[in-house]
Design a protein around this ligand. Structure first.
Ligand code: SIN
Ligand code: FE2
Length: 213
């Protein structure tokens, strides 16, 4: 292939063995999910974490569930307390649990008990560079990623950083699930383009469910 990137356009498709794109799967639940994002963020505000290398992430993050993913100069980790408030992270709302469970079932995985939802907020220009989710103990339990608001281009790569990435356009309501043999695939998000979503405004919200403990 001449280009190292290619577009994926078809609905509901397998991105790889163990990885599925469920187009519009969260659309009917979007309003309730967004209301619950606002409630979580009222208790555990969005913040721009500092990477171990000292950079401020362009994506703003918060968490709900038994633990939360955090980063600072000492590294990446899961913490039972929100370092900004010293309190436990807010519990995972029922709407979040429902969409996570339904998504893994639709993608063909068996029972699922995520213990964390990382909530990412992207303003136009924000991006997430290619990475593996590798702070979790179980390296096969699926990750569920729910997209709300402004569209994004998701990069879905291989098991090595240097592997070719697919460019997957993600829109409001789309869900991506990857687990089993696809669980450790590299992934990222290209800079979000300027725009305004009718229900979500000038931002993209992403819910990432994981089994961390
Ligand atoms: C992530 O990898 O944590 C988020 C991916 C996304 O925002 O779609
Ligand atoms: Fe990730």
């Amino acid at each position: 292939m001449a280009s190292d990137l290619f577009e994926v356009e078809s609905p509901d498709l397998a991105l790889a063995t163990g990885a599925s794109l469920l187009r519009g799967f969260a659309l009917a639940e979007a309003i309730g999910l967004l209301t619950d994002v606002t409630e979580v963020a009222a208790r555990a505000p969005f913040r721009h974490l500092i990477t171990p290398g000292g950079f401020r992430m362009s994506v703003a993050m918060t968490n709900c569930g038994a633990v939360g993913w955090v980063s600072d100069r000492s590294g990446y980790r899961y913490d039972r307390a929100d370092p900004d408030t010293g309190r436990r992270w807010p519990p995972m709302p029922a709407s979040f649990q429902r969409i996570a469970t339904a998504s893994v079932a639709a993608a063909g995985f068996s029972a699922y008990a995520p213990d964390v939802c990382l909530i990412n907020r992207y303003a136009p220009g924000a991006r997430l560079s290619l990475h593996q989710d590798r702070n979790e103990l179980d390296d096969e339990a699926p990750i569920v990623s729910v997209s709300l608001g402004l569209p994004a281009t998701f990069l879905f790569g291989g098991l090595k950083r240097s592997d070719r990435s697919s460019r997957v356009p993600l829109e409001h309501g789309d869900v991506v699930v990857w687990g089993g043999p696809a669980r450790m695939r590299f992934h990222g998000v290209l800079p979000i383009a300027e725009g305004r979503h009718p229900e979500v405004g000038e931002q993209r919200i992403n819910l990432t469910f994981r089994t961390a403990l």
